[in-house]
Design a binder for this molecule. Structure first.
Ligand code: SF4
Ligand code: SF4
Length: 147
């Protein structure tokens, strides 16, 4: 599916002027993740569906990792002590089309700017870590992934 269609399907809550003023406080914490496996494989592997082992071997070149603490592997940008590895002074190094679903869905809240630190911006329920875990679990089960 062309990336433009993908971005139209995705929930996008960006507020570029507000986020520019903020300077990416969310990105300096924990990176967002790709909640939708279909979207992830379309963006990075032209729609080819990989097994977990195949994906493990390909993530390094993309600067991505798997989050596995919950028992369900979910791809995410690599983390550094300074936050997301794709964060730069000029903003996110991903194009808007390629950004993790959570990064696109996060609803900016102007009140974030009124406090010295932290982020008051909120994720819609459908983009929570738990929801991502459910979707990826379903995907891996479909790929005969054995937990
Ligand atoms: S913390 Fe909120 S306001 Fe700041 S960049 Fe992130 S989404 Fe935008
Ligand atoms: S991928 Fe981009 S938008 Fe998402 S946390 Fe990293 S720098 Fe921020």
């Amino acid at each position: 599916m062309p990336t433009q269609q993908l971005i139209q399907k995705e929930k996008v809550a960006l507020d570029a002027p507000l986020c520019r003023t903020c300077g990416g406080r969310c990105c300096q914490g924990s990176p967002g993740i790709w909640v939708d496996p279909e979207r992830f494989f379309t963006l990075f592997f032209a729609g080819q569906h990989l097994t977990l082992e195949q994906l493990r071997g390909r993530l390094d070149d993309l600067g991505l990792v798997l989050w596995e603490k919950t028992g369900v592997p979910i791809p995410a940008p690599r983390s550094l002590l300074t936050g997301c590895a794709f964060y730069s002074a000029d903003g996110c190094r991903f194009s808007i089309e390629d950004r993790p679903c959570q990064c696109l869905a996060l609803v900016p809240n102007r009140k974030t700017l009124t406090q010295a630190q932290g982020c008051l911006c909120r994720l819609p329920k459908g983009f929570s870590r738990e929801q991502a875990g459910r979707r990826w679990q379903k995907y891996w089960i479909g790929r005969s992934y054995e937990c």
